[in-house]
Design a protein around this ligand. Structure first.
Ligand SMILES: [Zn+2]
Length: 266
């Protein structure tokens, strides 16, 4: 999860229409449907097979989640089948990461119910994620990532907002795939313990800062998953973090820095 106020930046070109969302033409629709069917069937088989090893009921649940994810993700063509990364994303979403992916299905449902979710194909197609401009949100102006679904992306025609999706929220999508069921569990645990620690720290620091800011710093910004994501976005320390609390240096190199080095040929 993350939020960021849109900062002044240049506009980016308007997104192309893509797969499953008005690309146009019967052949195109058939291609979408075929990919949806194949990805859904493959996901269901994988989820069922892996889950069954734990318990038949887990197999049924994991198969249903992975199958549903395969249908919607195949229809929209989010997996980049020609890259190892794309195939790995599908395999993980259909097995180890079915718990966060199940949360993502709920975000899809919220998007369907809210109607004006604004699916953003330009940030989703073959990029291993679903991006909605609106949809499921906990806090106004804040993007919310659950599994492979990013909601509340906002005005992604704004370059800064777009970078928030590609360089921060996308990191959370990767974290969910990497840590699977442990990701939502440890994220929520950190949030709870961080809130308690924030209260203690607020007292120890002489109650001079707003309590909410100190609690937010400990429970949200210092969460290692957020530290990692803000660092990738080149925004560590973030402006909302109370000074003198927590990690001083970025956890990892920023994507912008990596891109720059690649362009220079290093
Ligand atoms: Zn975040």
């Amino acid at each position: 999860m993350s939020g960021s106020a849109a900062q002044p930046a240049g506009a980016v070109p308007s997104p192309p229409t893509a797969h499953g969302d008005g690309g146009g033409g019967a052949a195109w629709a058939w291609a979408c449907a075929a990919e949806a069917a194949a990805t859904g069937a493959g996901g269901a088989a994988l989820g069922w097979g892996i889950g069954w090893l734990l318990h038949p009921a887990v197999g049924v649940a994991a198969g249903a989640v992975a199958g549903a994810n395969g249908l919607v993700s195949g229809w929209r063509g989010i997996y980049h089948w020609r890259s190892g990364r794309g195939v790995r994303a599908f395999l993980l979403d259909s097995t180890w990461a079915t718990l966060p992916v199940a949360g993502g299905l709920v975000a899809h449902l919220v998007a369907v119910v809210s109607r004006r979710a604004g699916y953003e194909a330009s940030l989703s197609h073959r990029q291993g994620r679903h991006v909605y401009r609106s949809g499921a949100q906990l806090k106004r102006g804040f993007a919310l990532t659950i599994g492979n679904v990013i909601s509340g992306a906002g005005d992604v025609d704004n370059a800064r907002r777009r970078k928030l999706i590609t360089d921060h929220e996308a990191v959370h999508v990767g974290q969910a795939r990497c840590f699977g069921p442990l990701y939502p569990l440890t994220y929520v645990l950190w949030t709870a313990f961080g809130a308690v620690a924030g209260c203690v720290l607020w007292v120890r620091r002489g109650r001079s800062e707003p309590l909410g800011k100190v609690v937010e710093s400990c429970s949200y910004y210092l969460n290692p998953y957020e530290w990692w994501a803000y660092s990738r976005d080149g925004l560590w320390p973030p402006p909302g973090l109370v000074r003198g609390i927590g990690w001083r240096k970025p956890a990892v190199r920023s994507f912008a820095d990596r891109r720059e080095h690649r362009e220079r040929g290093h």
